[in-house]
Structures are given as C-alpha cells and as structure tokens.
Design a protein around this ligand. Structure first.
Ligand SMILES: [Zn+2]
Length: 208
C-alpha cells in the first residue's frame, strides 16, 4: 500500500500529537466493562489515506472529531450527546493528519480470528462454523498455528476426528495461512460492523 508517499509537504510523516490514537497491535483495547453501555459502540478509524487503522470506542472517535483531529466518513442514525452538542454516532472516521503505522504485526491466533479469516463457515462443507479444527491433528503433531487451524462445523470436526485429510479424501479450498495487513489488525478479536466491510476490503460473510 503506498502509504509513505502521502503528503505534499516535505516533512516526513510523523506520529500524531500525543493524544492521537496509537494504532498498533495492542491499540484496540477492549472497552472497560464498567462502561459497556456507553462504549459498546465502536468506530472504525481510518488514516488520512483512508487506510483502516484500528477500532476505537465511538466516544473516542467523537472526541477526535470535535477536536478536528478526525472527520466523519460514515455515521449511524443514532445521536449521542457530547460536550453539550448532539453528535451522530460515527461509524467510520478519518484522521485529518496522516499517522505513520508500524509494520503490521502478526495477528494473534484466536478462535474469533480464525472464524473471521474463514468467513464464519466450515472450510470443508460450507456450513456455519462452530468449532476450530486442526488440519493435522494435534495427536499427530499438528501445531496450534495459523497454518494448521481452520473453522469447521461440528459435524465435519466430529467426522474428521484424528484422521488426516488424505485419509478422508478431503481437501481444503486453500492452504490456511496467517492473516496480515492493516485490515487484519482490526479483526482478530472483534465483531465486524457490516458498514466497515467496504473499507476493510472484506467479503460479505456469515457472522461467526
Ligand atoms: Zn463442515
């Protein structure tokens, strides 16, 4: 992605001000459960280049917009009150200043992340995925790694048990691999708002 060529000024792109969001592997921290009612809404934060950066609580996005550090790109029909004004709940906001992003880190392996990668469907039969299958069974030395775990339905997982794909005559539509890139930094542990999908370049998929 041609991120580093952004900007007409000669100054190199630098991280934003101190209070700018710090997108990174650990940036989209889960909202505190004590404030779940007010922070359950999440907003997709785009860089000035429209590259997805991270997901932030919507209240955080509103603060950025009110401070002119971000602009609204897509809003929900709902309103929230912030600083004595009613503000549309932002679905997508874009930073007004470019923020340089570190090279994407590996997405942590998690059940949700695997479901997201595989579209929430069983890689063997296409049914709704309800479990994680180790392609090479763990009993045969298969690792708990991105290239050996897939989303599977209960039935296929049960049928497959400790057998290999070759023994079953099954095949995978594509080799499982670790997701990478900016889009995936957002998705490892979070439900995807359907309105974000266009920005994330994600296919429409069954929810996991
Ligand atoms: Zn299946």
């Amino acid at each position: 992605m041609p991120l580093t060529v952004l900007g007409s000024s000669s100054a190199p792109a630098r991280p934003g001000p101190r209070d700018a969001p710090a997108p990174g592997p650990h940036a989209p921290a889960p909202a505190p459960s004590t404030a779940a009612a007010t922070t359950s809404r999440a907003t997709l934060l785009l860089n000035a280049t429209y590259e997805p950066l991270c997901v932030v609580p919507s209240r955080r996005a509103i603060v950025l917009v009110l401070a002119a550090k971000a602009e609204l790109v897509d809003v929900a029909d709902a309103f929230v009150h912030a600083e004595r004004v009613a503000v549309s709940v932002p679905v997508v906001v874009r930073l007004t200043r470019y923020v340089r992003v570190p090279h994407p880190a590996t997405v942590p392996l998690s059940r949700r992340a695997v479901f997201t990668r595989d579209g929430g469907t069983c890689v063997y039969c296409g049914a709704v995925a309800t479990s994680i299958d180790h392609v090479v069974p763990r009993s045969r030395g298969g690792g708990n790694s991105w290239d050996n775990v897939v989303a599977a339905c209960r039935r296929c997982n049960h049928v497959k048990a400790d057998r290999s794909l070759a023994e079953l005559g099954w095949s995978l539509p594509q080799p499982p691999r670790a997701p990478s890139g900016a889009d995936w930094r957002l998705l490892g542990h979070r439900t995807v708002d359907p309105r974000w999908r266009g920005w994330l370049g994600m296919p429409e998929a069954a929810s996991a």
